[in-house]
Each structure stands twice: as C-alpha cells, then as structure tokens.
Design a protein around this ligand. Structure first.
Ligand SMILES: Cc1cc2nc3c(=O)[nH]c(=O)nc-3n(C[C@H](O)[C@H](O)[C@H](O)COP(=O)(O)OP(=O)(O)OC[C@H]3O[C@@H](n4cnc5c(N)ncnc54)[C@H](O)[C@@H]3O)c2cc1C
Length: 440
C-alpha cells in the first residue's frame, strides 16, 4: 500500500512519548497532516510505559514559568481532570528542585492526549514499529510494521521522537553513543506493607546477609547504594538501577527488560520472607525506563558549560530548567546545580541531524554532551523540544524549505503564538533569521 504525497504537507512523527505527543499536536495545529507512529498500545513513553509520571520542571526561580505551550497544557489539563490543584511553585531552590515536578495520573494523561490528537486530526498508529526509512524526492518513504505486516507512508518531514534515535539511525546519520550509559530503572508498584512500620535496621541486617549469599544485588533496592529505604518509601517506583546495558535497539531493550524483572523478582523474594511483608504485592511497569541510550550529532550541540551558564542561543526554541543529574553505576549521582536565576536554553540546531534534509529529532535524543543531556532529558524539556520540532516541521514543509533554513523569526512567532515561553531578550541572528531564502 503506497500513499502518494497529499496536497497538505505530511509530517510523520515516530514515537509517542512526551516529545512525540507534543510534536504531533503542534505539527497538526500548525497545519500539517500528521501521522504519529508508536510501537506500544499507549502513548506517553517513559511517562506511562515506564511509570515515571512526574514531569518537571515547568516553573522555577521566584515561581516563574519557564516551559509553557503544549507540555503545560497536557499537564495542567490532567491536573484539572483529576481535581488536583496546581501546586504552589514558589520557593524553588537548587536543592529542593525535585519537589517542583508535577505528579500526574498516567492513565488520565494518556487518555486526554488521545482525545487531543483526535481533535487535532492526527492519524495515530499504535502497535506499529518503524521498519525502514528511505529518501524520496522532496521527502521520505517510511516503511512501518503493523500487526498485519509492512506498509508505507510518505512525508515531507520525518521527526524522530523514539528516545533512541531509531529513525535518524535508519536514515543513515551518525549518532553519539556513550561508552557506558546511565543505568535504566525498572519501576515496581508495591503494596501490602506500611513503610512507616518497617524495622529498617533489622531489614538492613537481613539484606546484608542476603547480599553476601548473592540473593540480592546492590542496585536492586536502591540507586546502586546497597540497602536503602528508598525502594520501600517509593513503593518500588524509580528506586533501582539496571546497569551496563544500552537499550537503543531491540536486543539491548530485551536484555534490559529481562534484567529489570529479574531484579524486581529478587527484591520480591527477599522482602516476602521478612516480617511486615507477608501481604506484599508487587506489580511492575510495562517497560524498563531508559535514562540514556544515544543522541544525534546535530547542527549545534549543547554542552554542560553552555547549559549551566544559561547561554541564550541566537535561535532559541525552548527553555529548560533542571540540574544536570547523571546517574553513574559506580560513582552514584553526579549532580551539577544551576546557579540561582539561570534558565538554560536549547537552539534549533540541536534538533537537526548535521547534514540532514527533511529530518528533525526531539526529546531526550537532542544533540548535547552527556552532562547537559542529563538535564535536557527531563520530561518538560522533551515536551518543549517536541513542540518546537512539530512547528518547525509543519512550517518548513509548507514552505518547501529545510528545517534549518526556515527563517527563525517565522518559527519564533509560531511558537510564541502557541504559548511557548522563550527568553524575552533572545537575540536573533537577524530579525528574519538570517536566511531569507528557503532551499527547496
Ligand atoms: C528512571 C527514570 C526516571 C526519570 N525521572 C524523571 C523525573 O522525575 N522527571 C522528569 O521530568 N523526567 C524524568 N526522567 C526522564 C524522562 O522521563 C525521559 O527522558 C523522557 O520521558 C523521554 O521522553 P521522549 O519522548 O524523548 O522518549 P520516550 O519517553 O522514550 O518515548 C519514546 C516513544 O517512542 C516509542 N518508540 C521507540 N522506538 C520506536 C520505534 N522504532 N517505532 C515506533 N515507536 C517507537 C516508544 O515506545 C515510546 O513511546 C526519568 C527517566 C527515567 C528512565
């Protein structure tokens, strides 16, 4: 089945995590015909499938909002539906930043997203995996694998929101792959015990004996630190480490899921034979959460120094706000705070694979060094880069120009019109973005 290019520019977004959702919604709202492809039967990616449902950070210093747009719309609509008041965002500091993330009900979030996708006219393909990407004149042929086999879609612009740069890889562009990735985390959902009544001293003793016998491992019950009350206090959510695996492809992802469930099984067996856990119940997330796999090599790349200094890029497309928070299997958490008042920014070039045509990336795969990526991977920023990618794709496709050549002023105006928050004093390379002419 082959669908020729329609009169309306088509944008295909691969991956319906938080970045892909915002990219697809914005592309459709900016006038493109948009196809959103997702391998799972639910959108949200890490937020839903891996059970990490606390997007951050939308508000920061002096309670000021730094990320708005579709990301905040999705989060605030979820809160509204749940009758949950918007948290008080005053009192933000470099130390208490984590309290300013917003917990959302994943099911409500995903159901609302599906409704918004429908209202925007996005064509949603669940249970569909990207199979191949090949260049067409003026666009892409994108081969998808659905339940009944392979089929094609064509698009002027392809947006990679897979979290692992699978589309960019299939399009033949090089990627940056860390020697060792940050650990993943397999979230459990535990009940049937009271964390306030646990005898943590006795449990630690039992843990040390079990660890000496090899029945439980140091990364099972905490972030690599051996015994920690973290797992029990968080009821298993975001409380362990799955080390030494890059989950960028099916092989790595398979090893991660298996290793993650083995880890949870060790914890279950250990706890179940200790007093207070007789009625323990443990479920697990659909998937292991992946902190890091690989990033694109972009037209521009955000470094840790640029992030920490709050550099305002000439073509800023999003703001960010999170300390650099790198989980390391041996060194623990490496955290680099932002100086008070600093709001880092993201340039358009970090979303564009170097030397590419008709290709954009968003979410945690944007071009950045490892330490900067340890902050840019946060959900609110992924939402913001997703939204920027959607606008950039729709406007470039409409004007038949490359995403890097769309006049910045045009992109900026579209983003501001859709409630994206950009630095007021953002210098522009030139008022029209320095590139008046769009290349075909
Ligand atoms: C353990 C852990 C804790 C975290 N804690 C926080 C936190 O407290 N606050 C916070 O804001 N952020 C946190 N993060 C970071 C954040 O959750 C992720 O970096 C972010 O959600 C990534 O979003 P994304 O859309 O780029 O990618 P993903 O969430 O990975 O979404 C990618 C989507 O693409 C789909 N996909 C992938 N490959 C294909 C393919 N080939 N074909 C079709 N579909 C495909 C996937 O199924 C998925 O739905 C945490 C991450 C982890 C792992």
């Amino acid at each position: 089945m082959y669908h020729p290019l329609s009169t309306m520019p088509t944008v295909v977004v691969v991956g319906a995590g938080v970045a892909g959702l915002c990219a697809a919604l914005q592309a459709a709202r900016s006038g493109a015909k948009c196809v959103l492809v997702e391998k799972n039967g639910i959108c949200g990616g890490t937020l839903s499938a891996a059970g990490i449902a606390c997007p951050g950070l939308f508000f920061g210093w002096e309670g000021r909002q730094v990320i708005g747009g579709i990301g905040w719309e999705l989060v605030s609509d979820t809160l509204k539906t749940c009758n949950t008041p918007v948290p008080d965002f005053t009192g933000f500091t470099a130390e208490n930043f984590w309290r300013f993330q917003v917990e959302v009900e994943p099911f409500v979030f995903t159901a609302l997203c599906e409704r918004k996708l429908r209202e925007a006219g996005v064509e949603l393909h669940y249970h569909t995996m990207l199979a191949a990407v090949s260049r067409l004149k003026g666009g892409w042929k994108i081969t998808l694998c659905g339940k009944d086999g392979l089929y094609d879609r064509s698009a002027e612009i392809l947006i990679d929101c897979t979290g692992d740069a699978n589309a960019v890889h299939q399009a033949g562009f090089p990627l940056s792959v860390p020697r060792e990735c940050q650990p993943g985390t397999y979230s459990g959902f535990c009940s049937g015990y009271d964390p306030d009544k646990v005898d943590y001293v006795a449990l630690k003793e039992a843990y040390l004996k079990a660890e000496a016998r090899g029945e439980i491992l140091p990364a099972d019950l905490g972030w690599g630190s051996g015994f920690s009350p973290l797992f029990l206090l968080r009821r298993g959510t975001n409380a362990n480490h799955v080390n030494g695996i890059n989950g960028c492809d099916s092989e790595g992802r398979t090893r991660m899921e298996v290793a993650g469930r083995e880890s949870l099984l060790r914890v279950y067996r250990f706890l179940k034979r200790n007093p207070g856990f007789e009625r323990l119940r443990m479920d697990c997330a659909m998937e292991c959460g992946v902190r890091e796999s690989r990033t694109i090599i972009g037209e521009e790349r955000v470094t840790a120094e640029e992030y920490r200094s709050g550099k305002v890029w000439p073509e800023t497309i999003a703001q960010a706000l999170y300390p650099m928070d790198l989980h390391d299997a041996t060194q623990g958490i490496i955290k680099v705070d932002l100086p008070r008042g600093v709001v880092p920014t993201v340039p358009r070039g970090a979303l564009i694979p170097a030397g590419s045509s008709g290709l954009i990336a968003a979410g945690r795969i944007i071009a950045s060094d490892r330490l900067a990526n340890a902050a840019l991977r946060i959900q609110a920023v992924c939402m913001a880069t997703g939204q920027a990618a959607g606008a950039l794709a729709a406007l470039s496709a409409e004007r038949h120009c490359e995403p890097k050549d769309l006049p910045y002023a045009v992109l900026r105006e579209e983003l501001l019109a859709h409630r994206v928050i950009l630095p007021e004093n953002g210098e522009m390379a030139s008022p029209a973005g320095g590139r008046e002419e769009c290349r075909a």
